[in-house]
Design a protein around this ligand. Structure first.
Ligand code: PMP
Length: 388
């Protein structure tokens, strides 16, 4: 099996597993049990892991809220900020290319009386395809805008947004800025202080950590971002997220980000070369194939991302005919949804072209031999279906 679906999830790095193990077995204490050393040891490890996570993204100590993943982080950021009892502003801005974990909570806020502007994204063909237009953002902003939420990097077409400029525009009207950095963490240089980010969501399983654990960075020091918690209970994590901390998950998440950042640049360069090679070979093997999303350049597109449309076969059909290759045709989270990808239609692709799309996500385990075999398997799969 060739795994080229690293936007959906990544395997847990062996170093991460090793770091987690003691916290599952010998050091199993509840980090909120302060009455004995087993609990206090876990508490100290959790505090250190949260501080390290904060430092690795350029944040201050105590700026991390541990969650179950980016879905919860996005919900906490948007719902929590908009519904805080002292929140007077009623307008929210986002983009049409966001993940459903942003778009769906915003739809619910809209039903509850908030005004939500969904900015269009630049269409297929241009350099900044898939990104919002800063002029349109400027026009949409007003002194009623509470929060702007724009993803750092897109999970389908890999588009990288102009995060620093967007944050500055939001701050210009006194709004806060949230970014879903799920696909960017561990892959792109990222610093919340330099970019002046107020809220940032991440999920460990996208950077070779375990599933079911993520975090929300909250800039409470500089801009006093107040959140209403989603969960009520024991009041853990300063009341922002009740529930016993997942010690092994948290240790695993901090270790995973440390490992990812250690060799980030070389690894991204390597993936970019493999991705470019994959595109070249696909273009030779599949006449009429088209590239979806921005040009294959490191500053505007994630190195490991490739999204294409074939001329004569639907993505779903080809995937069934080529079971040796694990890829996707849109977001894995919506593979139960038969509609074509909302991101591909947002950049102006027809429904037919969107259905003929395939998403490749290269990762740390991807090797050049796999690129070659992938072409062979997909070409054989296409031949099986079409007979030529
Ligand atoms: N945001 C983006 C951009 C994602 O790619 C994903 C995962 N598909 C999520 C949010 C949700 O992450 P999780 O499943 O870990 O909650």
């Amino acid at each position: 099996m060739i795994y080229l679906d690293h936007h959906a999830t990544t395997p847990v790095d062996p170093e991460v597993v090793a770091a987690m193990l003691p916290w599952l077995t010998t050091d199993f204490g509840n980090p909120h049990s302060r009455t004995h050393s087993i609990g206090r040891r876990a508490a100290q490890a959790c505090d250190e892991a949260m501080d390290e996570l904060a430092a690795m993204i350029g944040g201050e100590s105590s700026s991390i809220v541990v969650t179950s993943g980016a879905t919860e982080s996005n919900n906490l950021a948007l719902d929590g900020f908009a519904r805080h009892p002292r929140q007077r502003r009623r307008h929210i801005i986002t983009s049409a290319a966001e993940h459903p974990a942003v778009l769906d909570p915003l739809r619910r806020l809209e039903r509850d009386g908030f005004r939500v502007t969904v900015l269009p994204v630049a269409r297929q063909g241009g350099d900044r395809c898939g990104t919002i237009d800063l002029g349109q953002l400027g026009e949409a902003l007003s002194d009623d805008t509470a929060i702007v939420s724009i993803m750092w990097a897109n999970n389908e077409i890999g588009t990288i947004e102009q995060i620093t400029e967007i944050a500055a525009l939001a701050h210009g009207v006194g709004a806060v800025f949230h970014t879903d950095a799920t696909q960017a963490l561990g892959r792109l240089p990222l610093n919340v202080a330099a970019a002046d980010i107020d809220l940032l969501s991440g999920s460990a399983h996208k950077f070779y950590g375990p599933k079911g654990i993520g975090f929300l960075y909250v800039n409470a020091a500089r801009r006093r971002v107040r959140l209403r918690p989603l969960l009520e209970g024991g009041g853990q994590q300063r009341g922002l997220r009740s529930g016993t901390l997942n010690t092994p998950g948290l240790i695993g998440m901090a270790t995973a980000l440390r490992v990812a950042l250690r060799d980030r640049e070389n690894e991204q360069d390597r993936q970019q070369r493999l991705r470019d090679d994959l595109w070249q070979r696909l273009a030779e093997a599949f006449p009429g194939i088209e590239l979806n999303g921005p040009p294959l350049r490191g500053d505007i597109r994630l190195a490991g991302n490739l999204n294409v449309s074939l001329a004569d076969i639907e993505g779903e059909t080809l995937m069934v005919a080529s079971p040796e290759v694990a890829i996707s045709s849109g977001a894995a989270c919506s593979s139960v949804d038969p509609r074509p990808s909302h991101v591909l239609t947002a950049i102006g692709l027809s429904e037919s072209r969107a259905r003929r799309s395939l998403r490749f996500g290269l990762g740390r385990m991807t090797e050049s031999g796999q690129v070659e075999s992938t072409i062979g398997h997909l070409a054989a799969g296409r031949k099986k279906v079409l007979g030529h």
